[in-house]
Design a binder for this molecule. Structure first.
Ligand code: PLP
Length: 446
């Protein structure tokens, strides 16, 4: 039987193709019902950081559900949420030590942007409402998060429903024409301050950016000075800096937060994906008393009420995942296996499809170009990212594609983000399967 629209009662995410049915996961591998194995080279959508089938996490969640699965965050607290917040505090940066738990990255971004707005209204500056974000950049698919995202193909159909967000070119060295010039305003972060000044600081509520690029810029790593410049500009002009670490946080780039490698502290942070390793849907907004105290003294509540905030079941999954990471020293492993990943990917730079390889820790982006000298992307209709992803799946490797990063329409890349528990042999095999997929696609072009 083929699992595809309209043959079953599932409304699938794609209506034009069949889906293999996964029946089991173990470590870095998934198995479908035919017994075929897939190396999970991207942890799904950058989620399965701890690998699949970790019994002690499952047992911990089951134990919590047996005691109590759900209580409403409006009326009660519970052990799982208290313990998870305490664990996360021990890993957090600066004064960011208050955690509001939700179920998706989009939710967390919506809540963080609304919290920034709430802060300004409740501190007597209601004129501060504008949002500045980076392009390319992605923050989620609900309407405010989508407004802040620079992904045209997701936005175009809904443009009448989206709010205007000021977009500033993201730090994306491969596609910046500065050729590495030390004073490049884009690569040093100066463009963000220029945008704040152009809009009028008295109108700007928040700046949001992915600390290390995710899918949108294919793991582009901003320069060492970038986030210091953002910190300084936001502090100077009274703008709240929201670090979106939904994808790059939770150990993915070799430290718990990506921002700690830059030595600065944002005003708000969002986390998601890997914080529960996929054992439950979980995300978080991270704030400090500096931001929350004025709200506590004024309206007295975070105006982002949802049924599943702070619930025991999802927090138990997060708690077990964070404890597992600590117990097995998996952040250090993300760092060391990350070095190996980038070493193994180095020869792939010479593949005729590939223009650039970059990233940090266990996050890597591979960008495809038709002409390496001019960096000319393939035409969109060639669907290179999709074809590489399909060829990789045929070869038994899961990668994550993205398109449109070159100019909003064209541009193809895929990202690799293996579970932190990936073994050396599995990683070798991932790269071999990836190479095979690239060869298949390249041969199909000639
Ligand atoms: N922020 C970033 C940086 C992301 O990469 C994503 C999802 O890919 C989101 C937010 C939205 O997260 P979710 O898909 O869980 O809503």
């Amino acid at each position: 039987m083929a699992y595809r629209y309209p043959d079953t009662s599932v409304l699938y995410r794609k209506l034009d193709r069949p889906f293999p049915k996964v029946v089991r996961g173990e470590g870095s591998r998934l198995f479908d019902e035919s017994g075929k194995d897939y190396l999970d080279g991207s942890g799904g959508a950058y989620v399965a950081n701890l690998g699949h089938g970790v019994t002690e996490i499952v047992d911990h969640v089951a134990e919590q559900i047996r005691k109590v699965a759900y209580v409403n965050g409006m009326a009660f607290t519970n052990d799982a949420v208290e313990d998870l917040a305490a664990e996360l505090k021990s890993l957090s940066v600066g004064d960011l030590d208050k955690f509001y738990f939700l179920t998706s990255g989009s939710d967390a971004v919506e809540a963080a942007l609304k919290l920034a707005r709430q802060y300004w209204v409740e501190t007597g500056k209601p004129g501060k409402h504008k949002i500045i974000a980076l392009s390319p950049g992605y923050h989620g698919n609900t309407m405010l998060a989508l407004s802040a995202s620079a992904r045209q193909h997701y936005k175009v159909m809904f443009k009448e429903w989206l709010i205007p967000v000021v977009q500033v070119p993201a730090p994306y060295a491969y596609r910046c024409d500065c050729a590495g010039a030390p004073a490049c305003p884009r690569c040093t972060g100066q463009l963000v301050e220029a945008a704040i000044l152009a809009e009028g600081p008295e109108t700007v509520a928040a700046f949001i950016g992915e600390t290390v690029g995710g899918s949108s810029t294919g793991a582009s790593v901003p320069r060492a000075e970038y986030w210091r410049a953002i910190r300084d500009a936001c502090s100077k002009h009274g703008v709240l800096w929201i670090a979106d670490e939904v994808l790059c946080g939770a150990g993915r780039t070799g430290t718990w937060t990506a921002v700690e490698q830059y030595g600065v502290v944002p005003d708000l942070m969002t986390m998601g994906k890997g914080i529960s390793g996929g054992y439950a849907a979980l995300s978080a907004v991270v704030a400090s008393e500096r931001i929350l105290d004025p709200i506590a003294r004024s309206s007295g509540s975070v105006i982002h009420a949802q049924t599943f905030t702070h619930t025991p079941m999802m927090c138990a999954a997060g708690l077990a995942a964070v404890r597992y990471i600590k117990k097995h020293d998996l952040i250090a492993r993300s760092r060391t296996m990350g070095v190996r990943l980038h070493q193994l990917l180095d020869p792939i730079r010479r593949h005729p499809l590939v223009g650039d390889v970059r990233g940090r820790g266990l996050l890597a982006g591979i960008e495809f170009v038709a002409d390496r000298d001019t960096k000319q992307p393939y035409p969109r209709k060639a669907k290179i990212a999709e074809r590489v992803t399909d060829a990789a799946l045929d070869a038994g490797l899961i990668v994550w594609p993205n398109v449109g990063q070159a100019d909003g329409t064209v541009g193809d890349l895929v990202c690799l983000a293996p579970p932190f528990v990936v073994t050396e042999a599995e990683m070798d095999e991932m790269i071999a399967r990836f190479h095979r997929a690239l060869d298949v696609v390249f041969q199909s072009l000639s």
